[in-house]
Write a protein that binds this ligand. Structure first.
Ligand code: IFM
Length: 729
């Protein structure tokens, strides 16, 4: 059954355990808790994944985000048999995620020794108190039965690359357990608190509370639990913070948590009338974005797999700036600013990376963790034929990230009207990024132009190419933006400008003479120098050439010498720079590149969706929109890159779904002063309405097939299909 706000699964298949861990994920920006059952352990991929808290696993050369021990672990046994869903076939089982309130529930009926025992559990990660999680657990049976309940902190959680924690001390008092840990490499402290309320005659053993309950037929036994997870500065007041949450009690804590979600949805909900499936998928995408955003810190980015685990090392990619940031800048400017400030805070890591590869300035990481140093290794994929690490060029050649960040920062400034980030380190960041590109570029005197050679564009199947269109235009924009940002700072923040005071002759020259590939006489932009000369084969043909499942098509693999691309590249460029290309150019390129695109990355479909909407092909736009918006509902994505596990949630696609609804279907676009709305709704959508924060004005936009209504306009100049609105509602 489809409801607007509930994701549910009403039976149990063992093969779903991994997929459901991601699908039913809870998050509050500080941590994520996978959609696993309370009785599960490491084998079922239980993880309390921590945002921005990284370490090297024992015996590994991969730094990844740390998964904390699980303070909500609970298992019930009858006559020595654990009621564990991964071991016993249930009579019935349902799992639900209430995305309106960020609450996970399960109800499972087990049949043991002739008795039906029902377990109900409800949990949430507090949005009002980010270190806290809480669980309400109840048991009933259709006959008298004696139960043994074991509940406490489980150290045995999922780790991809190995153990991250040393256990420093454990203590148990007043029904409370405290586990003090430190990370293996950096010795950073991580403290876990746990308590249970409602159990009696408890024996405490090995971080577990053990209690026996004589349950009478058709009565319900209930208890609640609280968990607290603390690291970094949070450690200082951990005890106080945890006790305060326990003192508040489960129901009040839940009410406060729901109130925060209510506020979140007020600004971020998008309502679609006429299409329940699209409505749920889009809301689910928004749920993910809001539950992983760094609401209270500028010390971390958003990992490519959200807070669903350690895949991609828990690191932030260009995914944040190019796919997720628009959502935040229009609905939650504070989170957007935090994300940009995180890049400012990690610029030294980017400078170290530039130096490592022989350049200057700031070369932002392909996989960025807490310091901005690149977590990506030079051998990031294992060849499935030889089992040898395979040289990849994600780290040293995918140079567009620095430009993506400059572009996103400027976009944030223009749309929110908040330019203060420029004097909060933003202008320096832009300078360092541009200087990096200048040192990377090659000047061709006989062509009188700068070129960017030996790069990898968004399409990772083609490595070490010259003049990738996406990269070159992004860098060209970054150069132009930098020049404009200087003027803004000069005019509005003269003190900062005085300190900045640098010779910028090179920047003007670079901005003027950087080569940007142009459409040919068919209107097509070549993805990189020589792309048109590659073997003309599509992904369908390549599939037939595969020798092994999950074979990596990049590197020197199947796709490298062909026109097959992994993900939107030129189309991504047309999507980002949507005001600069005509509908004819967009159409010619969409039709040309679409058959060659594998969509082997979840980042691809949304770019195709948005450009399809812009060229009036709403059927294709809708198809690609649904692919993007439902990626974490269906779980139908690539799970392996070679032998590298890449499953989890897909926040870039979640952002891409919002972008498609707003920029594609609602047709929102903007120049510096004007916001234009040129809708092209899918045929079955009766209405689309949403909020946009535009330069401090809270606009509510409602679009039906032939009417556009805009509420909240004060000074904004709004046009609809390019025509100025005389009067807004
Ligand atoms: O950033 C992406 C990249 O574009 C394709 N591979 C996965 C990365 C993380 O999402």
């Amino acid at each position: 059954m489809l409801t607007d706000w509930i994701i549910e699964k009403n039976n149990f298949e063992g093969s779903d355990i991994e997929k459901h861990g991601s699908k039913f994920l809870l998050g509050n920006g500080f941590m994520g808790y996978r959609g696993t059952m309370e009785e599960y352990s490491a084998q079922q991929l239980v993880a309390v994944n921590l945002a921005g808290f990284f370490d090297l696993a024992d015996g590994s050369n991969w730094r990844e985000s740390v998964n904390a021990p699980n303070p909500l672990y609970t298992v019930v046994a009858v006559n020595g048999t654990d009621l564990n869903l991964s071991e016993l076939t249930p009579v019935s089982h349902s799992q639900k995620l209430d995305i309106k309130n960020g609450i996970h529930t399960r109800e499972t009926v087990f049949s043991v020794f002739g008795v039906n025992v029902t377990i109900k559990a409800e949990r949430f990660l507090s949005m009002s108190s980010e270190n806290i999680m809480a669980l309400k657990y109840s048991i009933s049976a259709d006959n008298d039965v004696e139960l043994t309940i074991r509940t406490g902190i489980d150290k045995n959680v999922w780790n991809i690359s190995g153990n991250h924690l040393n256990y420093v001390s454990e203590s148990s008092f007043d029904n409370k357990h405290i586990l003090n840990c430190e990370t293996v490499q950096l010795k950073n402290k991580l403290n876990i608190y746990e308590t249970v309320i409602g159990l009696e005659d408890i024996k405490n053993d090995n971080l577990l509370h053990i209690s026996t309950v004589k349950l009478q037929a058709n009565t319900q036994f209930e208890f609640v639990k609280f968990g607290g997870v603390y690291h970094s500065e949070g450690i200082i007041n951990a005890e106080e913070s945890f006790n305060a949450a326990v003192e508040i009690g489960y129901e009040k804590l839940k009410a406060a948590h729901c109130l925060v979600w209510e506020e979140v949805w007020k600004n971020s909900d998008v309502v679609i009338e006429g299409d329940d499936e699209a409505q749920l998928a889009l809301r689910y995408s928004i749920y993910h974005l809001c539950s992983i955003a760094p609401h209270n810190t500028d010390k971390c980015g958003i990992p490519a797999r959200g807070l669903s685990g350690q895949v991609y090392k828990g690191a932030a990619f260009w995914d944040t700036e190019m796919f997720m940031l628009p959502f935040f800048q229009f609905t939650d400017a504070k989170a957007a600013r935090n994300l940009l400030k995180y890049r400012v805070n990690t610029v030294e890591g980017a400078k170290r990376k530039a130096k490592e590869f022989g350049y200057e300035g700031a070369f932002f990481a392909w996989e960025s963790q807490e310091t901005g140093d690149d977590a990506c290794t030079l051998f990031n994929v294992t060849d499935i034929f030889t089992n040898r690490p395979q040289r990849t060029y994600f780290k040293d050649k995918q140079i567009h990230v620095s430009g993506d960040i400059v572009f996103a920062m400027w976009d944030y400034c223009r749309t929110t009207g908040d330019y203060t980030i420029l004097v909060d380190g933003g202008l320096d960041l832009m300078y360092e990024c541009l200087w990096f590109y200048y040192t990377y570029s090659s000047f061709k005197p006989y062509k009188n132009r700068y070129e960017l050679l030996d790069v990898v564009g968004p399409d990772e199947y083609h490595e070490r190419v010259g003049n990738n269109a996406f990269t070159n235009i992004m860098v060209k924009h970054a150069a132009d933006i930098f020049v404009q940002a200087i003027e803004v700072v000069k005019a509005n923040y003269p003190q900062t400008f005085k300190v900045f005071n640098k010779d910028l002759t090179w920047a003007y020259d670079f901005s003027e003479k950087l080569y940007v590939p142009q459409p040919d006489d068919r209107g097509i932009i070549e993805q990189f120098d020589g792309y048109f000369g590659l073997e003309d084969v599509t992904p369908e043909v390549l599939k037939t050439r595969e020798l092994k499942e999950n074979e990596y098509w990049g590197g020197h693999g199947l796709a490298s010498e062909t026109m097959t691309l992994k993900q939107a590249d030129v189309i991504m460029m047309l999507n980002v720079f949507r005001n600069e290309y005509s509908a004819e150019i967009k159409k010619a390129n969409w039709q040309f590149y679409e058959p060659y695109t594998e969509h082997g990355s979840s980042l691809s479909a949304c770019a195709y969706a948005i450009v399809a909407a812009e060229i009036g092909d709403t059927d294709w736009a809708y198809k690609y929109f649904m692919k993007t918006a439902s990626v974490d509902l269906t779980g139908n994505t690539k799970q392996y890159l070679g032998s590298l596990y890449i499953g989890g949630t897909h926040p870039a696609a979640n952002g891409g779904a919002w972008n498609t609804a707003i920029f594609g279907f609602a047709g929102v676009s903007f120049t510096n002063d004007v916001l234009d709305i040129s809708p092209r709704l899918p045929k079955n959508w009766k209405k689309l309405s949403f909020k946009l924060n535009w330069k401090g004005e809270a606009l509510t936009i409602t679009i039906s097939q032939n009417v556009v209504e805009i509420d909240g306009v004060k000074n904004t100049k709004v046009t609809v299909y390019g025509k100025e609105l005389k009067k807004c509602v």
